[in-house]
Design a protein around this ligand. Structure first.
Ligand SMILES: CC(C)(COP(=O)(O)OP(=O)(O)OC[C@H]1O[C@@H](n2cnc3c(N)ncnc32)[C@H](O)[C@@H]1OP(=O)(O)O)[C@@H](O)C(=O)NCCC(=O)NCCS
Length: 183
């Protein structure tokens, strides 16, 4: 039987190196080319939601980040979840679920309405994520539509989420330049 005791701590700057090696192990460097990374560039993870799992004597064994994003011109307060990763030899003992539930509970309490992510529906479906209806959200790069998932933290939030998904700084640039939100 695997016994694994871990604590969840808010992500802090001193965790960065360990988090990056955990992400290298889980996803490889190809992760940096993914569309979800386009939504994180130039932004910082949301403080108070992004956490690490720490095991005594070993260090960081899991991490999760949340990022503010804009959906269309008047979408609900939305977060992008990810990456979520757990160290290879610590998987299957509930660290991923604990990180997710902790972040989602805090996001709900903070007033966010919607969480989206790109990931495996069989895993995230366990905490209630479902596929985004095809064509409802447009991401700034290619995404497998079967992996684009959402979780409503407020009732019917997905119904008002429509259009281009952008990180805050790009949304603001676009708004200042007067470009329509669907391009
Ligand atoms: C996915 C991941 C975060 C799960 O973390 P974890 O701590 O092992 O997850 P939990 O302990 O909470 O849950 C384990 C359960 O989820 C299942 N599971 C894990 N990954 C799964 C997947 N991709 N699809 C479906 N089920 C999955 C396990 O089989 C296990 O099932 P069981 O409870 O019936 O035994 C971890 O496996 C990981 O880091 N993988 C590589 C990175 C990744 O794929 N991240 C998610 C995409 S952003």
């Amino acid at each position: 039987m695997t016994i694994c005791k871990f604590s969840l701590l808010p992500e802090a700057p001193e965790h960065k190196t360990e988090i990056e090696s955990l992400l290298d192990e889980a996803f490889g460097l190809a992760r940096l080319a993914k569309t979800s990374y386009r939504l994180r560039e130039g932004e910082r993870p949301v403080e108070g939601l992004s956490h690490v799992a720490i095991e005594p004597g070993r260090g960081i064994v899991g991490c999760i980040s949340f990022w503010r994003i804009h959906v269309g011109d008047h979408g609900p307060a939305t977060l992008l979840l990810g990456p979520l990763a757990v160290a290879g030899n610590r998987r299957g003992v509930g660290i991923g679920r604990a990180l997710m539930n902790n972040g989602i509970d805090r996001a709900r309490a903070a007033g966010y309405a919607l969480v989206i992510l790109v990931g495996d529906e069989p895993y995230y479906g366990r905490v209630g994520f479902r596929k985004v209806p095809r064509g409802q959200l447009i991401l700034p790069g290619p995404v497998d539509p079967d992996r684009l998932l959402f979780l409503e933290l407020q009732k019917e939030a997905m119904g008002t989420a429509r259009g281009l998904v952008l990180p805050p700084h790009r949304f603001n640039q676009r708004r200042l330049s007067g470009l329509p939100e669907t391009r």
